[in-house]
Design a protein around this ligand. Structure first.
Ligand code: AHG
Ligand code: MN
Ligand code: MN
Ligand code: MN
Length: 336
C-alpha cells in the first residue's frame, strides 16, 4: 500500500531529526498552511465570486492592488498573528512593517516577509499565481518592540523560505535549510501530501525565462546572452526553449523541476530591476541554493549576501540551473 506522508507529519519528523527546528516553527508553518488552504479555496472559485479585478487603490510600489492582493494579505496577516510566534511581518501590500503587539506577540521569535499574491495581474485570466514567504529570527530582544532591523537582514540569515503555487494543483514548496521539499494539496481531504521530496534543480537546462518585450532596455551582457540562447548549436542543445508565464512563482517552479534560467534584469523602466529583494528574490535565492542552483544580481553578486537598506527595495534577479547562470555571468563580465 502506498504510504502518504502529510506536511504535518513531515514537519514533526524534521523537528526530531534537527534539534534546531522548534515547536514554534511548526506552529508558524501551521499558520502558513492554513492561510494557503483558504487562498486555494478562494482562487479556485475566483470566476464565480466577486473577487477578481482591481481593489481601487495603489500599493506602495505604485502598482494597482487587485482584490485578491488585499484578501491574501489579510488572510496571511491574520493567520500569522494568531499563534504568538511571529512578532511582526513585512508585506508587499503594506508600506511599513506590521507589529503584532495587539495580539501580545512581543515574545514572538520570528519575523515573516511575504508576497501574499504573486503574479496578481494573472488572476483575472485564470493563470497560476502564488504566495512567497521568508522567515528570519528577530535580532531585537524578545519582549521588546519589533524594529526595522529585524526585517532588514541579508538573505543568508533566513531560517526558512518557501512558496505556494496555486496552479493546476496547489503545492507548497519550502526549505528550512535541509534541502527543498514539495507538497501537493489534496482538496478532497484538505491535506498537503509530500509529492516532491528533496528537490534538486538539474545542473543544466534548456529553458530561458524573461520578459523579452523589454529586450531593447536590457544591459548588453543580457542581450548577448539571450542571443546565445537562441543560436543553433547541437552540442549544447541550443536553441533553448523560451517560457515566460509572468508569475515569478510559476516560472521559478517550472525551472526548478525541469532546469532553466529566469532573468529579471535592470532596464530603463526599472533601473534596479522590478522584483523585490526581501520577499521575492531572497526566498527564491534561498530555495534555489538549497536545491543546488544559483541566484545572483550580477556577476559574482550572490543575492543572499546583499545587505538590505529598505523594505521594498528592488533587485535584478538571475536564478536557476548553476551552469546556465554561470554562462550568463560570463556574458555580463564581458559585455556589462
Ligand atoms: P506581484 O504580482 O507580486 O506584484 O509580482 C509581479 C512580478 C512577478 O510575479 C512576475 O514575475 C513579474 O512581476 C512579471 O513582471 P513583467 O510583467 O514586467 O514581466
Ligand atoms: Mn504587486
Ligand atoms: Mn510578486
Ligand atoms: Mn504580490
Amino acid at each position: 500500500m502506498e504510504i502518504i506522508k502529510t506536511l504535518g507529519e513531515f514537519i514533526i519528523d524534521q523537528q526530531t531529526e534537527y534539534p534546531d527546528a522548534s515547536g514554534e516553527l511548526t506552529s508558524l508553518f501551521s499558520s502558513i498552511r492554513l492561510a494557503a488552504k483558504i487562498l486555494h479555496r478562494e482562487i479556485n472559485k475566483a470566476g464565480l465570486a466577486d473577487i477578481m479585478g482591481s481593489a481601487g487603490e495603489d500599493n506602495v510600489q505604485g502598482e494597482q492592488q487587485q482584490k485578491l492582493d488585499v484578501y491574501a494579505n489579510e488572510r496571511f496577516k491574520n493567520a500569522l498573528a494568531q499563534r504568538g510566534v511571529v512578532c511582526g511581518i513585512a508585506s508587499e501590500e503594506e508600506e511599513e512593517f506590521v507589529t503584532f503587539e495587539e495580539t501580545k506577540n512581543l515574545d514572538g521569535k520570528y519575523v515573516v516577509l511575504i508576497d501574499p499574491l504573486d503574479g496578481s495581474s494573472n488572476i483575472d485570466v485564470n493563470v497560476s499565481v502564488g504566495t512567497i514567504f521568508s522567515i528570519y529570527r528577530r535580532v531585537s530582544p524578545l519582549g521588546s518592540h519589533v524594529t526595522e532591523e529585524d526585517f532588514l537582514q541579508p538573505g543568508h540569515k533566513q531560517i526558512a523560505a518557501g512558496y505556494v503555487i496555486y496552479g493546476s494543483s496547489t503545492m507548497l514548496v519550502y526549505s528550512t535549510g535541509n534541502g527543498v521539499n514539495g507538497f501537493t494539496y489534496d482538496p478532497t481531504i484538505g491535506v498537503f501530501c509530500l509529492s516532491h521530496p528533496n528537490l534538486k534543480i538539474p545542473a543544466d537546462g534548456n529553458i530561458y525565462s524573461v520578459n523579452e518585450g523589454n529586450y531593447i532596455h536590457f544591459p548588453d551582457g543580457v542581450k548577448k546572452y539571450i542571443k546565445y540562447c537562441q543560436e543553433e548549436d547541437t552540442t549544447t542543445n541550443r536553441p533553448y526553449t523560451s517560457r515566460y508565464i509572468g508569475s515569478l512563482v510559476s516560472d521559478f517552479h517550472r525551472n526548478l523541476i525541469k532546469g532553466g534560467i529566469y532573468l529579471y534584469p535592470t532596464s530603463s523602466r526599472y533601473p534596479n530591476g522590478k522584483l523585490r529583494l526581501l520577499y521575492e528574490c531572497n526566498p527564491m535565492a534561498y530555495l534555489i541554493e538549497q536545491a543546488g542552483g544559483t541566484a545572483v544580481a550580477t556577476t559574482g553578486q550572490r543575492i543572499l549576501d546583499i545587505e538590505p537598506t529598505t523594505l521594498h527595495q528592488r533587485c535584478p534577479l538571475f536564478v536557476g540551473s548553476p551552469n546556465m547562470v554561470g554562462k550568463l555571468e560570463e556574458f555580463i563580465t564581458e559585455f556589462g
